[in-house]
Design a protein around this ligand. Structure first.
Ligand SMILES: NC(=O)c1ccc[n+]([C@@H]2O[C@H](COP(=O)([O-])OP(=O)(O)OC[C@H]3O[C@@H](n4cnc5c(N)ncnc54)[C@H](O)[C@@H]3O)[C@@H](O)[C@H]2O)c1
Length: 275
């Protein structure tokens, strides 16, 4: 049964990785989806795959005008707005403070914070009034780096901690009209890029290597696919299921948060081997 039929949603960074999987799942659940993404080729691919169920604006999440455009396009085209998902982001390839040249720190800081934090805030600002009207919801992609060190470097970790604050503050400011929640995934094999200001704009995210080693650091024993994360967003968008949820952030990380410092017990392996 479609859980989001009649819903109109926006996903930023919907042209690749996790965002693309959320778009596909929302369409499957009956939603119409607007996408704001800077990748022209990614947007063209979405248009081809989903036809009239998806509308893309090629633009930058740091721009108030581009966020306003995707909101007004969706309202014009489909008559309203129920949910926005702030998801576009970049990583810092775990660069340590010590390794950041003093004269690039400020530009890298601004690039990371402008995309990962200002981008979410600009989307919230553009969508605020239509969402109050529809009593809709906002969902933001956090990361295990919103709660733990070592999921990135000092810049990325700081941006994702800031997103936790953004979700909590907006949940409070917009209650009882708009629900504001977050999903904090663990590592995913995507094309996550780094900042141009550090020359990392076309670096390849080591997702496959991480996936290969996942059984040694993810308690569930493997790295979930982007599609396997998408259901959490359906849950937070679904009016029937999200009633108690605002200011809630789901640590959806294969157990990374409870891993602690010990070795993974791999309970039950011996029983599997006996079968
Ligand atoms: N990949 C992981 O291991 C992982 C883990 C936890 C959280 N996340 C978060 O998931 C989200 C999605 O990342 P992903 O892994 O799917 O990466 P991805 O690179 O596959 O997708 C990100 C999308 O965002 C778009 N984008 C980036 N900057 C933009 C900008 N300034 N304006 C418009 N579009 C822009 C890109 O074009 C791309 O389509 C990010 O917020 C990331 O921090 C990723």
């Amino acid at each position: 049964m479609a859980r989001l039929s009649e819903q109109i949603a926006i996903v930023t960074g919907g042209a690749s990785g996790l965002g693309e999987a959320i778009v596909a799942r929302f369409v499957r659940e009956g939603a119409k989806v607007g996408v704001l993404d800077r990748s022209e080729s990614g947007c063209a691919k979405l248009d081809q795959t989903f036809g009239s169920a998806v509308h893309c604006v090629v633009g930058d999440v740091r721009s108030a005008d581009d966020n306003a455009r995707i909101v007004s396009d969706c309202i014009e085209r489909w008559g309203g707005l129920d949910c926005v998902i702030g998801n576009a982001g970049i990583w810092d390839y775990s660069i340590r403070l010590d390794d950041l040249a003093a004269d690039t720190l400020a530009s890298a800081f601004h690039e990371l914070f402008d995309i990962n934090v200002l981008g979410y805030m600009a989307l919230a600002k553009a969508a605020l009034r239509p969402l109050v009207k529809s009593k809709g919801s906002m969902i933001f992609t956090v990361s295990n780096a919103g709660f733990l060190p070592a999921g990135g470097g000092v810049l990325y970790t700081a941006t994702k901690h800031a997103v936790v604050g953004l979700i909590r503050q907006l949940a409070w400011e917009l209650a009882p009209h708009v629900r504001v929640n977050g999903v904090a995934p663990g590592a995913i094999a995507t094309s996550l890029k780094g900042p141009e200001s550090l020359g990392m704009a076309s670096r390849k995210f080591p997702g496959e290597a991480m996936a290969a080693g996942a059984k040694n650091f993810v308690p569930i024993g493997r790295m979930p696919s982007p599609a396997e994360y998408a259901g959490a967003y359906v849950f937070f968008a679904c009016r029937e299921d999200n009633v108690p949820a605002t200011g809630t952030i789901l640590n959806h990380d294969g157990g990374l948060t409870v891993r602690g410092l010990g070795a993974i017990p791999r309970g039950g392996d011996d029983l599997v081997e006996q079968d």
